[in-house]
Ligand binder design. Sequence first.
Ligand code: FES
Length: 162
Amino acid sequence: MPLLDLAMRQCKGWIPESAMKEVGKIIDIPFIKVYEVATFYSMFNLKPIGKYFIQFCTTTPCWLKGSDDLLELCKSYLNVGLNETTEDGNFTLKEVECLGACVNAPMVQINDDYFEDLDEESLIKLLDNLRNGNKVKIGSQLKERKCSEPIKIVGKNKNVKR
Ligand code: FES
């Protein structure tokens, strides 16, 4: 798997069959074994992707915090469907299972970075900044939150203060 990851990075984010064959040769296992691993895990892309690879988590904790609505917003804002790349080649969108940052749900992974505690405003701002080549804030998008530290709960409905 580390070799597949390395191959994917060398091939601009995806793994052609020729790279899988080379990985098989290096560790002396049949191509089909490498292919089985590459096709099993969602982290490996089997076709070219855009400059920014958006992995949208929609598993239960993110879903409870509104990931479905954010995903729809993302699709319509970028004018792209799941597993598709925008016409300008900038964004590829994929739905994935839990990425292990549930405490900061909802979240997305874009290339190697996590963007967490998203809402409609912060998601659109993030996409705009990426599209325009501006600096982006990695991690929690809440101003007052560092990493996954506890956040203040207010009100009788225990709504999270944003
Ligand atoms: S459910 Fe989204 S990061 Fe775990």
